[in-house]
Design a binder for this molecule. Structure first.
Ligand SMILES: Nc1nc2c(c(=O)[nH]1)N[C@H]1C(S)=C(S)[C@@H](COP(=O)(O)O)O[C@H]1N2
Ligand SMILES: [Mo]
Length: 219
């Protein structure tokens, strides 16, 4: 019997099973941290992209921008815009989860992967945390293993367009698996540290690590 001879009901049933399987994979309908839920607990989905900052949006041209990487690394560096663009470029699609409860799905980022940066600077074995510093005076800390995730990047583009000034252009950090306050905008410097040290919001009551799946919102 040829596969076209399968009764129609059987085909429809197969189709439904496939759909349900894909829902199960994406965690459709789940809101808890179990399974493969896409929306972390306490979050709601938005389609727009809110802007959050400290009231200052640095206005940096690409030539004014540079990134310094220092601290517990074998090879400290300073990348100009041209140096940054000369690195291998990567693309990554991920969801944003802000501690103020909005989540935005399917953001397509382009930039330089954290993995590549780590290959270049070579953290010393003692390095366990990193601090990001920004041109507006903001800072935020993350464990090194969170930065080393394969979906982390220093992004210069969003949805194929140059990252806007209000969202942190020329370059911002993207760490999809942590609340968005960990994703520093207007990135200026990265310091590798042996010991943990709190950043701007971490000093003001936000959680040290910021995992949305276990609702590490406030300390
Ligand atoms: N330099 C800098 N980075 C920052 C912030 C900031 O005020 N300054 N705010 C953080 C917070 S609390 C959030 S939720 C996101 C907001 O990014 P967006 O404005 O692109 O949505 O940036 C994070 N990175
Ligand atoms: Mo935030």
């Amino acid at each position: 019997m040829d596969k076209d001879d399968v009764p129609l009901l059987g085909k429809l049933k197969d189709k439904l099973v496939e759909t349900k399987e894909s829902w199960a994979r994406s965690g459709r309908g789940l809101t808890g941290s179990h399974g493969q839920a896409r929306l972390p607990p306490g979050q709601r989905q938005t389609v727009d992209w809110p802007v959050l900052d400290l009231g200052i949006q640095p206005n940096l041209s690409q030539t004014e921008w540079s990134l310094t990487v220092a601290g517990a690394v074998e090879t400290p560096l300073r990348w100009s815009w041209d140096d940054f663009l000369a690195q291998p470029q990567t693309e990554s699609v991920s969801d944003i989860h802000c501690v103020t409860t909005w989540s935005r799905y399917d953001n397509r980022w382009n930039g330089v992967s954290a993995r590549h940066l780590l290959d270049v600077v070579k953290p010393r074995p003692s390095a366990r945390f990193i601090m990001f510093r920004s041109f507006d005076g903001y800072s935020t800390n993350v464990p090194l293993d969170r930065f080393a995730d394969d979906d982390v990047l220093l992004a210069h583009s969003w949805q194929g367009e140059k990252l806007s000034r209000e969202h942190g252009g020329p370059v911002r950090v993207i760490i999809p698996k942590l609340y968005f306050w960990k994703s520093a905008k207007w990135l200026r410097a990265i310091t590798f540290m042996d010991k943990d040290s709190p950043g701007y919001w971490e000093l003001r009551g936000y959680h040290d690590e910021g995992d949305p799946w276990t609702e590490q919102r406030y300390s």
